[in-house]
Structure formats: structure tokens, C-alpha cells
Design a protein around this ligand. Sequence first.
Ligand SMILES: Cc1cc2nc3c(=O)[nH]c(=O)nc-3n(C[C@H](O)[C@H](O)[C@H](O)COP(=O)(O)OP(=O)(O)OC[C@H]3O[C@@H](n4cnc5c(N)ncnc54)[C@H](O)[C@@H]3O)c2cc1C
Length: 404
Amino acid sequence: MTSTIAIFGGGPAGLMAATHLSGHGHAVTVYDAMPTVGRKFLLAGKSGLNLTHSEDYARFRTRFGTASDTLAEALDDLKPDALRAWADALGAETFTGTSGRVFPRAMKGSPLLRRWLSDLQEKGVTIRTRHRWLGFEGQAHRVDTPEGMKIIHADAVLLAFGGGSWPRLGSDGRWIEPLRQARVAIDDLQPANCGFDVPWSPLFREKFAGAPVKSVTATSGADAIPGEFVISRTGIEGSLVYAHSATLRDRLRQVGQAFLILDLVPGRTLTRLEQDLSRQKSGTSFSNRLRKGAGLDGVKAALLRECVADCVSLAPKELARAIKALPIPLDAPRPLAEAISSAGGVCWTEMDRTYQLKRHPGLFVAGEMIDWEAPTGGYLLTACMATGKAAAKGMLAYLAAAKG
Ligand SMILES: Cc1cc2nc3c(=O)[nH]c(=O)nc-3n(C[C@H](O)[C@H](O)[C@H](O)COP(=O)(O)OP(=O)(O)OC[C@H]3O[C@@H](n4cnc5c(N)ncnc54)[C@H](O)[C@@H]3O)c2cc1C
């Protein structure tokens, strides 16, 4: 007898689950609240669609913080090479960029999504959009549809609602309350890969909002990472900030204070910089000392003045120290709605190894709605799709066992 499978959420996690659930004789339906599926996937495509990363897989596996060990089994079953092969087979050939990040040659998500959806259609998967999951109705699911409220029954169900960033694309976190009421433990969603508010002076904000700060290194603790970021009207944004955002966010939450520490002149040692600054003639203006002695002007020189109140009067030794370890004070992470991704979500203690909820046999979860986070670099999409595949396998095993 044909079993029915419902997947709520048509992002990369839900669609990858559908891929692996099709072709097994079950009736698979993907339901999504939005008028079309994969909206965040398409947005990710606007910056090229960084699908995965080509670094050594042993290193790749460690990118998921405290969840790395728990995610490992799913990742092992959909390694970056396998994900690339899948995209290539759908006609969205991939390439490795200079940073090791992997992108489709088209540098966007739409061709891949189009082919993915037509592949699912050929495999008999049904997609129903404008179907919003509202919660449970006994063992069934209450769904708001254009034809009114429906109660949907299925033999196995996957929830793949995404996290809480960019809610207008569909993943709005409204699934949290109904799941909590069903006794599923969920850690509050928090911004991940996010910018931060900085108490800029009005003058600095007016002059430098939008300015890129290039060729610096930044640290929030142990790792000094080279890169660049952007001054925004409210604070700082960009890849170098995102790389430190988990540490900075947690520190703000725990101790109420955090600084991003910048090395404005990473190419010079502290000693060398001190010597270069000492060589400047007395009577030289501060701007000229910075420009000639440290190669600093524009936004970098302004950042120094903004963050070190008395920098004009510092001796070369202290000035060199300030330039090599400039503390940008942070007020708060930017709101979750603006973040690239979310931390928090369904707690790992709630699931078994197959991504099935322990308290709800036959109900599985996948993707960003689970409590893990990772930096940018293709790790997010890879883990979403890997957990989608793992949950699909779990559902097939569950249905097989149910049939006896
Ligand atoms: C600007 C931006 C750029 C990004 N770039 C990259 C990148 O280059 N590489 C990378 O790895 N990651 C990137 N990401 C992150 C990546 O897009 C997400 O991690 C990924 O899309 C999450 O997949 P998901 O399937 O778990 O959830 P989502 O993609 O959020 O999909 C969830 C789906 O569930 C649906 N849904 C939600 N609630 C309901 C409900 N109640 N009923 C029915 N349906 C519902 C939504 O409409 C949505 O279609 C980016 C994110 C952003 C915001």
C-alpha cells in the first residue's frame, strides 16, 4: 500500500528530503506557506550561491561548532563532493573560487532550482504552495490554504521550516510556539552571521557609512582572520564581521560587552610600525604622521580617531599598539530578521539519530530550524541539505518498519 509523506517547508532541506523520498513508491507532497518555494535559496543566489566548500573534508566537518559531532553522520552521507556531483547532474556545473568556496558557474540559484523542481516533478513529487502549517490537530496537521483550513494526515511528516532570518522570504519562526506546546524543546532563535550596532559619533556616521574597510585582520578571541568589512549607519557589516559574530554575540549576551579588535596594518610588525612612527618629524600633523608613518588615511585613520579618544597625543609606542589592536566597541547584534542565518532551534536532545522527534514518532525535522550554526562559506546550505537527506532516510526506515 502507498504511504503518504508530507514535507512542510520547501527550502533546500525540505526539497533535498523530497529528492531522496521520491522513487520509493510513496506519495510525497511538499507544502510551503509562500506562493513559491526556495525563496531564501534564490536570495543566496544573489551573491553567487555558495553551495559548499572545497577545503579538506576533515576540516569542513569541524565548522559547525558544538554541533559538529552530531551533524557528522548526516554530512558524511552528503559530503561536499557528493553535493557538487548532484548539482552537476542537474546541469548546474560548479566551480571552486579562489577562496575555496564552491559556486554554480551561473553564479545564481535560479537555474539550479528550476531544474531541481522539474526533476522532482518528473519523480512524481507534488508541490503545494500557499499552504501554511499552523500546528497539530491530534496526530494530524492544521494547514491554512487558499481553500480554507485543511487537516492533513500523513504516514510520515518532515518539518523543514528554516530559521528566523529574512522572515519575508517565508522562514518566520512562527512554528516555534506550536512545537513548544507539543513539548518539543527549542532554544530561542538568535542572529548568526550578523552585523553589530556600534555607537558611532554622528560625524563619523555621516562621513563613512557605506565605506569599506579593506586589508585588515580582526580578532574576537583566539583567531585573527584577514578580510574586509563595511561601516554601516548603525555599525559594522560584512564577511569579516560575520566570521566573528557567534563569539561576539555570545560575549555580549554573557558579559554585556564585546569588542572587535582590528589590526589596521597587518603587513607590519608592532616593532616596525613603532619605528616608522618614531621617524616622523616633530611638528608633523597627526594626519601626516598616520599617513607617512603607518600608511593610514581615509576611513582607517578616522576609525582610529573614533575608537581611541586621545590617539592624537599618544607616543609612537602606544600609537602603534592602538593601530595594531584597535577595539571597536559593540552595542548589540543586528536583529535576527537582518542576519544571514540563525542559531538556536529544535534541541538535539529532542531527536534520535534519524532526525525523528523522540516524543512524536513519524515526525522528523531538518535544516536550519535545528539548533546548529556555521559560518558563511557554503556550510549552511550543505548542512541543510545533508540533514534533509538524513531525515528522508529516517522516514523511509520508519515507514518500512511500520509496514512490518
Ligand atoms: C542573504 C542570504 C544569503 C545566503 N547565502 C548563502 C550562501 O551563499 N551559502 C549558504 O550555504 N547559505 C547561504 N544562506 C543561508 C541559507 O540560504 C539557509 O541556511 C537555507 O536556505 C536554510 O534552508 P532551510 O531549508 O532549512 O530553510 P529555508 O530556506 O528558510 O526554507 C524554509 C521554507 O519553509 C517555509 N515555511 C516556513 N514556515 C512555514 C509554515 N508554517 N508552513 C509552511 N511552510 C513554511 C518557508 O516558506 C520556506 O520556503 C544565505 C542566507 C541569506 C539570508
